[in-house]
Design a protein around this ligand. Structure first.
Ligand SMILES: [Zn+2]
Ligand SMILES: [Zn+2]
Length: 368
């Protein structure tokens, strides 16, 4: 299964002609999951190779405008474009408490009616995810009724033993959220593909005399078979080693993680996407606003032993690489150097709008 990540917006605070507001798409098997949906995400989709109509899940890291102001517009456009063949599978939206109300109110006030069903699952943050007094209680805004097409979602509490929130657990993926520290509560998401059974080893099958046919399918599915001569063949006799799943971790705005959940869930990730709003020279300012520098991002990546670090959410002062001149102040390439020096010069990627990163399938190891 091919899998790739497309950066649709890599700027902080607001969208500009050179950097859209935060949005990242994870694509696999024709489906698309969106992480954050800053203003203008729908036009970024149109400029990319992706199709917004393929989105099945949306994850919102936190409720700062540059991460979710694009959501109502995107939902309405998907609705318009799919009016005739409305999907029966609900779109699932995950984000902090308050998101359900936001969608409900914008739909009500704009007289918008979606043609597809949707569910909002809300994550309940903890007080230590933001400075004292910054955690707002949105219960007074609670809506009275549900609106057409909205299916009641879950309210997801922190599993304090695991220090995580379980969002998706299906045949293919385990998706969990973990806590980040920011000006308001923010979350990171870990998308872990499940291990898949290894391939059948043709030579072993032949050596053991397993006849081609239904026995192959049984063995592949983990079932022991008994041959006509009475010999028992178990799956481990003929299957190659399982194929490990890939892991992609995407963090929202933060100046650090809260608890151990982040390190546990991002450990040995194939791809870690971390914000680096300002360069190391502005570390105090970055921390004051709940943000990170390349050094801070790389230190976290190093602790987690990740295979690839990608930085994003740059202050609009840093122009994309091709638009910034050599030696210019606020040269984005400085951020790359700053991160790489922490990671013993392991290559770090600076995200740019429409950059696509392939996440290759892992290899199985032969048992011959
Ligand atoms: Zn932001
Ligand atoms: Zn923010």
């Amino acid at each position: 299964m091919s899998m790739d990540v497309t950066f649709l917006g890599t700027g902080s605070a607001y969208p500009s002609p050179t950097r859209g507001a935060s949005a990242i798409a994870l694509r696999f098997e024709g489906a698309c999951w969106l992480f954050d949906c800053g203003e203008g995400t729908q036009t970024q989709f149109m400029k990319s190779q992706l199709k917004a109509g393929r989105i099945t899940k949306i994850f919102i890291t936190h409720l700062h405008g540059d991460h979710f102001f694009g959501l109502p517009g995107l939902l309405c456009t998907i609705s318009l474009q799919n009016s005739s063949s409305a999907s029966k599978t609900p779109m699932e939206i995950y984000g902090p408490v308050g998101l359900r109300n936001f969608i409900w109110k914008t739909m009500e006030l704009s007289h918008s009616e979606l043609t597809f069903p949707y569910i909002v699952h809300e994550l309940v943050p903890t007080e230590d995810q933001c400075p004292p007094g910054e955690l707002k209680d949105f219960s007074s805004l609670d809506k009275m009724d549900s609106i057409p097409k909205e299916i009641q979602g879950r309210t997801i509490l922190l599993d304090s033993a695991e220090e995580s929130y379980v969002l998706v657990n299906d045949e293919q993926f385990l998706v969990k959220a973990f806590r980040l520290f920011h000006r308001i509560p923010s979350f990171g998401f870990s998308v872990a593909e499940k291990e898949r059974p290894g391939r059948l080893n043709a030579q072993k099958l032949k050596d053991l005399g397993v006849p081609p046919g239904p026995a192959y399918g049984k063995l592949k599915n983990g079932v022991t078979v008994v041959l006509e001569n009475g010999v028992k063949v178990s799956p481990q006799d003929v299957l190659e080693k399982p194929i490990p799943g890939r892991k992609i971790c995407i963090l929202g705005d933060c100046s650090g993680v809260v608890g151990d959940g982040g390190v546990k869930l991002c450990f040995e990730a194939d791809l870690l996407v971390h914000e680096a709003t300002l360069d190391n020279a502005h570390m105090d300012k970055a921390k004051e606003y709940g943000h990170s520098t390349p050094q801070m991002a790389a230190e976290f990546a190093k602790m987690c032993k990740v295979k690839k670090l990608v930085l994003t959410h740059f202050s609009q002062r840093y122009k994309p690489h091709l638009l910034s001149g050599e030696g210019e102040a606020d040269d984005i390439r400085e951020l790359k150097k700053q991160a790489e020096s922490v990671l013993d010069f392991q290559e770090v990627t600076l995200a740019e709008d429409f950059m696509v990163i392939d996440i290759p399938k892992k290899k199985t190891i032969s048992i011959t």
